[in-house]
Design a binder for this molecule. Structure first.
Ligand code: FAD
Length: 404
């Protein structure tokens, strides 16, 4: 029996293996991953792990015994091809693994900074544990830190670097931080919060080149006309989905491996999940590709349910979190067209939410240090919430009453 083979032993691949066992699958499960060591979670890499507050044990999703106890075979190797006719996964080095069902959970990789000087020493990225370790070591001797990109990774890293006492400049080409993910109101709050931490945030500052001496970076040239001194540069300008295995096997790819509402590719023997896939989202009303733990975990559970005989359409409510210094941002719903955004609570108190509406329908809630709004929002957005902007803004209105 060829069983289920999973490519990618990250958040989603691990979850699928675990969920298959939880849901009673008794056939072989093989988890193929190209990173060394046990599957681990990425979020602490830019938070507690980088800060030195969490060790490797806290990163690992389960200890080694879990895989033995659940008969999950781990293979440390890179998959280089799929023979769909023979149903074989081809591994680097020439070995191959037969599959009855194949799941692609290949994630995404960092987008390289496309400017001269990018090969200089002192330039770092942050996706893997190996990269986090290198970054941590690099930080030890650095004074001027420049972060390229004010997205989640860039800002989380900036908060840690400030807390560790480094001088930090964040360069962002767009007009506001976190522009792809949050409302202008929330962007403004985080811009101010980082400035208050002592970080220099330069908006509308795209990077045009890196300068160096003796093979090491010394400054970053930006479209603001300045040369920003740097002995360490962290690039956080987004990721590219790992679609090559699927594309080369003739499967459709469009900003991600294309899957249907059950997360199956056009080949009924191949499914895909996580950062790598584009799926029809009921919440977006369009194809979407999300990069979050929730997305990887819920999609893994959805596929495990189908492979154990309980097929359902994937419709989980998207949610996300980001920790920056003492600010816990939680988002439920998708950042999309918004014709009205209302505040609940006062940003000055560092405890508030932004409720986003489009055509008077609630589409997303962004909360800072207000977990209750977030948790309620998850339940509200799972249905068709009747909440009005006026009710959202009125703190005496009980959100809970809508769930009754
Ligand atoms: P991954 O976890 O990336 O796993 C994919 C794995 O597949 C990788 O190990 C890769 O090496 C492997 N692989 C790829 N191709 C092959 C191949 N051909 N053969 C073998 N193996 C292969 N999300 C949140 O919701 N909240 C957060 O606070 C948050 N913080 C984050 C902080 C950092 C620093 C990073 C990098 C991400 C963060 N995320 C966060 C995002 C979250 O970690 C990802 O969305 C999630 O890991 C996606 O899971 P995945 O299984 O799709 O991909």
């Amino acid at each position: 029996d060829a069983g289920i083979v999973i490519v990618g032993a990250g958040q989603g691949g691990f979850q699928l293996a675990a969920s298959l066992r939880e849901m009673g699958f008794t056939g072989p499960v093989t988890l193929v991953g190209d990173e060394p060591g046990l599957p681990y979670q990425r979020p602490p890499l830019s938070k507690a792990y980088l800060k030195g507050e969490a060790g490797i044990e806290q990163l690992e999703l389960r200890p080694a015994a879990f895989y033995a106890d659940h008969a999950i075979t781990r293979v440390e190797a890179r998959a280089v091809g799929i023979d769909r006719e023979e149903r074989l996964l081809l591994l680097e080095g020439g070995a191959s693994l037969p599959y009855a069902h194949l799941v692609l959970a290949t994630g995404a990789r960092n987008r390289p900074l496309p400017v001269p000087g990018r090969e200089l020493g002192g330039v770092f990225y942050l996706r893997t544990r190996a990269e986090a370790d290198a970054l941590k070591a690099g930080l030890a001797g650095a004074r001027h830190v420049v972060v390229v990109g004010a997205g989640f990774i860039g800002l989380e890293f900036a908060a840690v670097a400030r807390a560790l006492g480094h001088e930090v400049t964040v360069l962002e080409a767009a007009a506001r931080p976190l522009a792809r993910a949050v409302s202008p109101q929330m962007s403004a709050f985080f811009a101010e919060a980082h400035e208050a931490m002592g970080t220099k945030l330069r908006l509308g500052a795209g990077v045009v080149g890196l300068g160096g001496e003796g093979g090491r970076v010394t400054h970053v040239e930006a479209t603001d006309g300045q040369a920003h001194p740097a002995d360490l540069v962290l690039v956080g300008i987004g990721v590219t989905p790992n679609v090559e295995l699927a594309a080369e096997a003739g499967l459709e790819v469009a900003n991600g491996i294309v899957v249907d509402e059950e997360l199956s590719t056009a080949d009924p023997d191949i499914s895909a999940l996580g950062d790598a896939v584009a799926y029809p989202s009921v919440h977006a009303g369009a194809m979407a590709r999300l990069e979050s733990v929730q997305n990887a975990v819920d999609q893994a559970r959805c596929i495990a349910a189908r492979l154990t005989g309980k097929a359902v359409h994937y419709c989980a409510v998207p949610w996300f979190w980001s920790d920056q210094a003492d600010l816990k941002l939680q988002i439920v719903g998708l950042s999309g067209p918004t014709d009205m955004a209302v505040l609940r609570g006062d940003p000055a108190s560092r405890r508030f939410s932004v409720f986003r509406f489009h055509e008077r329908r609630l589409t997303a809630i962004e909360s800072v240090n207000r977990a209750a709004d977030h948790m309620l929002g998850r339940r509200l957005l799972a249905g068709r919430p009747s909440l009005t902007p006026e009710e959202a803004a009125d703190e005496s209105f009980e959100l809970k009453s809508l769930l009754a």
